[in-house]
Design a protein around this ligand. Structure first.
Ligand code: FES
Length: 260
């Protein structure tokens, strides 16, 4: 029985692909291999895709899972919720949610009328924010460029003035582990976590009954924001827990659902 347990654990350790990406307060991204050595060049492209872009995770907005689905998305530096609409399997359109008539919040895109409507005085826009004839508004909604990343199932929206999470100052960083995405996990899933002070960090995945399955992270960290990826396809369907703990006494647990 002991040998079976050891075999299963060794299999999982081999099958799970783990990589760590660290984004420090100096906006430096480092990719670290399992030995802790850095490979800065490897992630330069990844940095260009993330910094300054507002991420919209599809799992957080179920309406965006279907074509013509639309959602109002809050953005920290915008006074009105942005309107994001899925126009095809791989294309999204994002526009300001602030009506150009008297700055009311507009509704999400309505697929039946094919319009974005402002309920205040009846202005109407098409999916790209082009104002329609007969509207009290005379100007288009501001449009933002988008990039869809299918692996993370996330739309990155270029919102002017938005400061990306990875560009936070040290003073803004708290120690925490975020909900993995996508969740439920299918194939690769990503867990973002942050460290406020120099400390040793462990992130361990447990079965729902508390048995240790895999140790994703187990080493010293400088303050910063990090990501760890794991290949959830090596685990069976079900509900798991992952726990981040530090040598300074911080502990936080989250639930991971795997649905292949
Ligand atoms: S504020 Fe939108 S129609 Fe007047």
């Amino acid at each position: 029985m002991q040998n079976n347990n050891n075999s299963r654990r060794n299999f999982l350790k081999t099958a799970l692909t783990v990589s760590v990406v660290a984004a420090t307060s100096t906006q430096r991204l480092l990719a670290e291999d399992d030995n802790g050595s850095s490979s800065n060049d490897k992630d330069k492209g990844k940095r260009g895709n993330v910094q300054g872009l507002f991420p919209v995770k599809i799992n957080d907005f179920p309406a965006l899972k279907t074509v013509n689905g639309s959602a109002q998305v809050p953005v920290p530096n915008l006074s009105r919720k942005m309107i994001v609409t899925r126009t095809s399997q791989s294309e999204f359109v994002a526009v300001s949610g602030e009506c150009t008539h008297e700055q009311c919040q507009v509704e999400a895109f309505d697929a039946s009328s094919m319009r974005i409507i402002c309920d205040c005085h009846g202005s109407r826009y098409d999916v790209k924010g082009i104002v329609q004839a007969g509207s009290p508004a005379t100007k288009n909604l501001q449009q933002f460029s988008t990039t869809y990343t299918s692996g993370a199932d996330t739309v990155f929206v270029n919102v002017p003035g938005f400061v990306a999470t990875s560009a936070k100052n040290d003073a803004q960083i708290t120690t925490a582990v975020e909900q993995n995405f996508p969740n439920p996990a299918v194939g690769m899933t990503t867990i973002e976590y942050s460290v406020a002070e120099p400390t040793k960090v462990s992130i361990i995945v447990y079965s729902f009954l508390g048995k240790e399955i895999i140790r994703l992270v187990d080493k010293f960290h400088e303050p910063g924001i990090y990501k760890v990826q794991c290949n959830a396809s090596a685990l069976g369907n079900g509900v798991y827990l992952y726990r981040m703990s530090t040598s300074e006494g911080f502990v936080q647990t989250r639930k991971l659902t795997i649905s292949q």
